[in-house]
Ligand binder design. Structure first.
Ligand code: SAM
Length: 275
């Protein structure tokens, strides 16, 4: 396990992923009934932007740095306010990871289950949430969660998979995860983050997902440049199973703005596709 998210925290992919994630959690809060969020590749929980790792790549500058400098139209501001509030709450040189962001959005009745396999990252994560009775931190292979810990006793909830795509197998693991969740927790919302390098590769994988014939599956993508070079992260996407009915129109409001703020060249775009 070589991947360390500290090098990438707050980059354009984090901003996109965390805005989508925040909208999913906000939708869950429309009902009083408790829900659970599983974050099966949790990372550290939050990141210092003045760390040695962040300084090496400076990826956050073209991500959250650009977002914080940009004027935000009122319709977009209304949608992303909970995300920006969570980012600002951490202080100047801190960026919240998905665990911190979700935790800040939960109500008293909601629960968060975090999984992290890297021993050092797990230790930091556990320290960050020690004493928090609403959050459970587990040192476990997150891919086991769908077959073991799902469904939650709350019945309502959301599972986020955000793996490092290090060994070439995470695209297949995502397919397996979706099938397991559909079988064991048909009503659960599942959010899968994926990198977008070459358009043709991504579209082949999306075709595989279409063949699953899931009743309610959507892909939401953002590219910052033309997705041609396989060596670069040109964009990213989220597959959402059982998305809230509000998500498409929210994304159609927020993403044109986000594309303008995060774009690296004229190939920047967004796409929302039912699978
Ligand atoms: N979700 C985090 C966020 O948005 O702040 C970032 C997660 S980072 C992209 C991926 C994390 O997954 C890394 O911290 C890595 O150590 C961890 N990881 C890799 N393989 C794993 C596995 N099989 N189970 C659980 N965690 C894993």
């Amino acid at each position: 396990m070589n991947y360390r998210h500290a090098y990438h925290a707050g980059n354009f992919a984090d901003v996109f992923k965390h805005i989508v994630l925040m909208r999913l959690v906000e939708y869950m809060k429309r009902k009083e009934k408790a829900f659970r969020v599983y974050d099966i590749h949790a990372g550290l929980g939050s990141y210092r932007l003045d760390s040695e790792e962040a300084a090496k790549t400076e990826e956050w500058k073209a991500g959250i740095g650009a977002v914080l400098d940009a004027p935000v139209p009122p319709a977009v501001a209304a949608l992303i306010a909970p995300y920006l509030d969570a980012v600002k709450a951490g202080g100047d040189a801190v960026y919240p990871g998905s665990p911190r962001l979700v935790r800040d959005l939960l109500r008293k009745q909601d629960r968060l289950s975090l999984y992290e396999l890297h021993p050092e990252d797990h230790a930091v994560l556990a320290r960050n949430f020690s004493g928090d009775f609403q959050t459970r931190v587990t040192h476990l292979d997150g891919w086991l969660v769908a077959g073991a810990h799902v469904p939650p006793k709350e019945k309502r909830g959301l599972l986020l998979a955000d793996p490092p795509f290090e060994d070439g197998q995470d695209f297949d693991r995502m397919v397996d995860l979706l099938q397991k969740c559909a079988h064991r927790w048909a009503g659960g919302t599942v959010a899968l983050w994926y990198p977008l390098k070459r358009r043709s590769h991504t579209d082949d994988w999306l075709e595989t997902l279409t063949m699953l014939k899931h009743p309610d599956l959507v892909s939401i993508e953002l590219t910052i440049r033309e997705p041609r070079a396989a060596s670069m992260l040109n964009g990213c996407g989220m597959i959402i199973a059982n998305p809230p009915y509000t998500l498409r129109s929210e994304m159609e409001t927020a993403l044109p703005w986000l594309v303008r703020v995060l774009r690296a060249d004229k190939g920047a775009a967004y796409r929302i596709k039912k699978l």
